[in-house]
Design a protein around this ligand. Structure first.
Ligand code: BTN
Length: 323
């Protein structure tokens, strides 16, 4: 931890009470002037303090932006998010992580942006990524596994985000196959898993996560109002994006390690428990035409098994379903 992160840690742990300059200077082994400098550094990052002579400093508010120091403090990971680049604006965090990956960056590195000007969704769609209200994040993964297992990582990412959203905000989020997160039937998160492949071998994956956190309904363009929603719209609560980002990365690392240790079975069970698609009538749209039936579960590769009214079972590897 840097000195200003340590200082923040102390002031956050004081839960709104004053901490004297002397105590800070002793705990951090820095001079009183240095304390003042670090307080000002945190002010530049958007933190607000009350400073009273003989009482010390008290944290009033944290920045509304996703902040690096707060993220590091809230992380419980050893690798995921420990290297995190937070940008004001970028074309797409997917491209930024791709560049890092090509330069040899290690697994778990993350790029976050307050805004994406060219956010990308599945099937070449655009992903609406306005500033200050969402989590637009890409994570570098370097799994040593056969290429055919990469769809499992898509499902794992969906489970991680869903668990983090439910635990952190209380929202009743569920997963629509393969990896859209819905609240009350509307989409509040999308996941885009992209893989770099050479000679049929997986080089690395980039897990792109887009969460509509603090949007108001009026923030959406007309074509999205009936299908999209945000955590704030559904819960009525403003969500701390830094803490939710950390919660997602904490879940991601935990599940990723579990997956590497025990395989996909345990992830599949978690996915099925959170799924809003299983045991439901679904319509699968894919290039071969539409299939209607009941979604009955996942096969060992992560594909969705759909049972038609004739009893015939179809395995759906990719595509989209409507409920
Ligand atoms: C979908 O179509 O549902 C997937 C949307 C994925 C959006 C995220 S936001 C962060 C990352 N950067 C992008 O350009 N896309 C992903």
């Amino acid at each position: 931890m840097t000195k200003h992160e340590e200082l923040l840690h102390m002031l956050m742990n004081a839960n709104g009470r004053f901490v004297s300059g002397e105590e800070i200077s002793r705990n951090l082994s820095i001079s009183r002037t240095a304390v003042w400098k670090h307080v000002n550094k945190l002010r530049d990052l958007g933190y607000e303090f009350e400073a009273v002579s003989r009482k010390g400093y008290r944290l009033l508010t944290r920045p509304d932006s996703i902040d690096a120091a707060g993220l590091q403090l809230a992380l419980q990971t050893s690798v995921f998010g420990r290297k995190a680049l937070i940008l004001d604006s970028t074309l797409s965090t997917q491209g930024d992580v791709q560049q890092m990956a090509e330069q040899g960056q290690a697994e778990g590195a993350v790029v976050l942006a307050e805004e994406q000007t060219g956010g990308r969704g599945r099937f070449g769609r655009k992903w609406f990524s306005p500033p200050g209200k969402g989590i637009w994040m890409s994570i570098l993964l370097r799994p040593e596994q056969p290429l055919r297992n990469t769809p499992q990582l898509t499902l794992l990412t969906g489970v991680a985000v869903c668990r983090a959203v439910r635990a952190h905000t209380g929202a009743d989020a569920g997963i629509k196959w393969p990896n859209d997160l819905l609240i009350n039937g509307r989409k509040m998160c999308g996941i885009l898993l992209e893989s770099a492949v050479e000679d049929h071998e997986l080089r690395y994956c980039i897990a792109g996560i887009g969460v509509d956190v603090n949007f108001e309904l009026t923030d959406y363009p007309e074509d999205l109002t009936s299908i999209a929603t945000s955590i704030k719209v559904e819960t009525g609560q403003q969500v701390d994006r830094t803490k939710l980002t950390a919660a997602i990365l904490n879940e991601m690392e935990h599940l990723y390690l579990l997956y590497q240790r025990e395989g996909f079975g345990v992830i599949a069970s978690l996915w099925e428990a959170l799924s809003v698609s299983i045991h439901r009538e679904v319509k699968v749209s894919n290039p071969q035409g539409d299939i209607e039936g009941t979604a009955i579960g996942l096969d060992p590769s992560g594909a969705l098994i759909v049972e038609k009214s004739s009893g015939e079972r179809i395995t759906v590897v990719s595509g989209e379903i409507s409920l």
